[in-house]
Design a binder for this molecule. Structure first.
Ligand code: SF4
Length: 374
């Protein structure tokens, strides 16, 4: 497995400072770890060596081409291909993590993902050759590897690609300011609206709420996902609090409420039922949200996979799972029926969807497996 001492470089000065002779403080995520000499932070991938902070560099633990609908972004370039890469590690430890092979690789010996050697030019070249429009840092928590993401995004932007994070939102003012010039789209997992639940996952609620507010103020396109877990975060009161908070920032923020299925170490609650998603959506609508989507149960959630114009109810985008069935927006992102503006980032025309399901990049060996010790 890749160890903390391999494939690293010094952290960007914007994301750390020296506290005293022995300790540094990292600002890449909301933990703001004070880190002693020779030790890593909570994420296990950023560490203090000789009074300097070192961070992951020069590899990817996973690369995949996903429909952008899988990230999910529903109001950003429907049908686009999202070239998705991840590194290792996470700052939370959710038992139900669906990306545990990469996110928990440094905590759990069963979660091993062989890394591939990479550089930003190589990744962007690969993304372009697959036909991608968007490059996404995802699979592990991208905030903790922000320097690498920015290096890739700088090259991606220069080649005309859109850039995105799929993140738990446990940010800081420092890391969001660092990312701001280079990032177009940001998905935040708002896992609960109860601080006690966040502490079970190894975090706190407040930094996530602050991140959501800051991203909206910065004008980065933002979509929110809540994985609805029966008995954990699905009470009416919690969902009312969560959706009221989102609507207070903007009723135009898309909220995806998605179905839990048993995974990894979380095998006790039942899988989320379609009626649970419909109930959560009704609570969100009552709170004032205008774009609510039910995910992971295609064809079983009424019209909650589609985007409807809030003015005339015309269905401007129809979906089934990740697949686009109909697209009826004007070139400037307005409802083709009544002309109302639909918030989001839209292409001036919808060509076609490259893929409605994920695939591994077809390539001729640009990315090379790193030989690691067991
Ligand atoms: S990224 Fe977060 S968890 Fe990792 S060292 Fe920095 S503050 Fe700590």
């Amino acid at each position: 497995m890749l160890t903390a001492g391999e494939r690293v470089r010094e952290a960007d000065p914007a994301l750390w400072e020296k506290i005293d002779r022995d300790r540094v403080r990292c600002y890449a995520c909301g933990h703001c770890c004070p880190i002693h000499e020779g030790q890593p932070g909570v994420c296990k991938v950023r560490f203090n060596q000789g009074g300097r902070l070192y961070v992951p560099w020069g590899y990817v633990a996973g690369v995949q081409c996903d429909p952008i609908e899988k990230k999910p972004f529903f109001h950003a370039y429907p049908g686009a291909l999202a070239y998705s890469f991840g590194m290792l590690g996470c700052d939370l430890h959710c038992a139900y993590c669906q990306n545990w092979v990469t996110s928990q690789a440094l905590r759990d010996p069963e979660a091993v993902s062989p890394p591939l050697e990479a550089d930003p030019e190589m990744l962007v070249k690969d993304a372009l050759s697959q036909g991608a429009k968007v490059v996404v840092s995802t699979y592990n928590e991208p905030l903790i590897t922000s320097e690498w993401a920015v290096a890739v995004f700088q090259k991606a932007r220069a080649s005309g690609l859109v850039t995105a994070f799929v993140s738990n939102g446990n940010g800081t003012r420092q890391v969001l300011e660092y990312l701001h010039p280079w990032i177009d789209l940001y998905k935040v997992d708002l896992k609960s609206f109860d601080d006690r639940h966040y502490r079970q996952l190894g975090g706190r609620l407040q930094p996530i709420l602050d991140t959501i507010r800051t991203l909206h103020t910065m004008g980065i396109w933002l979509e929110i996902v809540t994985l609805l877990i029966p008995g954990f975060n699905d009470s009416d009161a919690e969902l009312r609090g969560l959706t009221t908070f989102l609507a207070s920032i903007s009723p135009d923020i898309p909220w995806h409420v998605t179905a839990f299925h048993q995974d990894y170490k979380m095998t006790s609650p039942e899988d989320t039922r379609p009626e649970d998603l419909v109930r959560a959506s009704a609570i969100g609508r009552e709170a004032g949200l205008r774009y609510i989507y039910a995910g992971n149960l295609p064809g079983r959630v009424q019209d909650l996979e589609d985007t409807s114009c809030p003015n005339c109810r015309h269905r401007v985008v129809e979906r089934y799972g990740y697949s686009i069935r109909k697209y009826d927006l004007t070139a400037d992102g307005c409802c083709a029926s009544c002309g109302a503006r639909i918030p989001g980032r839209w292409s001036n025309r919808f060509d076609r969807q490259i893929a409605a399901s994920p695939f591994l990049p077809r390539r001729q060996g640009q990315l090379v497996k790193i030989h690691t010790q067991a």
